[in-house]
Design a protein around this ligand. Structure first.
Ligand code: KIV
Length: 305
């Protein structure tokens, strides 16, 4: 299939929904999810045929340069969600609820979840936490908003966890994770992200749940995978968890492109004649005659444009 044909086929593909993901789980097909944060990244991920795009609060770190995810606000998240919704035509779009937008009160959580759909153009939301947020999730789901759960390493609780630590490494902790994941399923989550958990524990959760698990640092025996786009593209190197696979080195490529541009401008190589606009010689002569000429003549006298 040629590239235009592949694009046409993709555009004709109906929008992925939470039902599509459940059907993939039933067929035993892995679900694919990546983060995206703006129009070009959403377009790229969508055109790659990835099932779901998460506008993760990881944008606080990888796009906005904060040290962690705690400071990003609802308004910042919605701003990025809108850009993503303009760039993606096919993928299921999930907005990540930022720290303190859902923890204090269920009514506030519900209003904020609604904003992701009404103002952000998202189709679903994600919340971190297990049993502690199950009642809140139940209310959001009852309002018709699909919810993706998130257990294991939950970065919004980094201070409570003592850092970005692998979770579920002891039997007691693994038992807690299972209870959390089952509570999320019971509350109506359509899927559950499982982050930084031993592969055996993630595989067990996957077996026990009837909804898909989406792993990140959780091994291969899960319903699907998610990665932070800027990690896998080599655009963010402040943290490099073991579970990240780098598929490109775009950060280095961007620096190299900017360096080449600087060199060419400094050496007078860019812009070349092909980058310049022109005017007719007659118009130039008239203008130059009126204005006492000009030492620097236009590069060429072609069709003006
Ligand atoms: O914010 C995010 O990008 C996430 C993923 C790592 C699952 O929560």
């Amino acid at each position: 299939m040629s590239q235009p044909e592949a694009l046409e086929a993709l555009n004709a593909t109906p929008r992925t929904t939470v039902i599509t993901l459940l059907e993939k789980l039933r067929r035993g097909e892995p679900i694919t999810m990546l983060t995206a944060y703006d129009f070009p990244t959403a377009r790229a991920v969508d055109e790659a045929g990835v099932d779901a795009i998460l506008v993760g609060d990881s944008l606080a770190m990888v796009v906005l340069g904060y040290d962690d995810t705690l400071r990003v606000t609802m308004d910042e998240m919605l701003h990025h969600c809108r850009a993503v919704s303009r760039g993606a035509r096919r993928a299921l779009l999930i907005g990540d609820m930022p720290f303190m937008s859902y923890q204090a009160e269920a009514a506030e959580a519900l209003r904020n979840a609604g904003r992701f759909l009404k103002e952000g153009g998202m189709h679903a939301v994600k919340l971190e936490g297990g049993r502690a947020v199950a009642d809140t999730i139940r209310k959001i789901v009852a309002a018709g908003i699909p919810v993706l759960g998130h257990v294991g390493l939950t970065p919004q609780s980094r201070h409570a966890m003592g850092g970005y630590l692998v979770q579920g490494r002891t039997a007691a902790s693994a038992r807690g994770l299972l209870d959390d994941a089952l509570a999320l399923e019971g509350a109506g989550c359509f899927a559950v992200v499982v982050e930084s958990v031993p592969a055996q524990v993630a595989a067990h959760l996957t077996q026990r749940l009837s909804v898909p698990t989406i792993g990140i640092g959780a091994g291969a025996q899960v319903g699907g995978q998610v990665l932070v786009l800027h990690d896998m593209l080599g655009l963010y190197d402040r943290l490099s968890p073991r579970f990240v696979k780098r598929y490109a080195a775009l950060g280095a490529e961007m620096t190299e492109a900017a360096r080449a541009y600087r060199r060419e401008v400094e050496a007078g190589i860019f812009p070349g004649p092909e980058h310049a606009y022109t005017m007719t010689e007659q118009e130039w002569r008239t203008f130059a005659g009126e204005n006492g000429g000009c030492r620097a003549r236009p590069v060429s006298f072609g069709r003006s444009g």
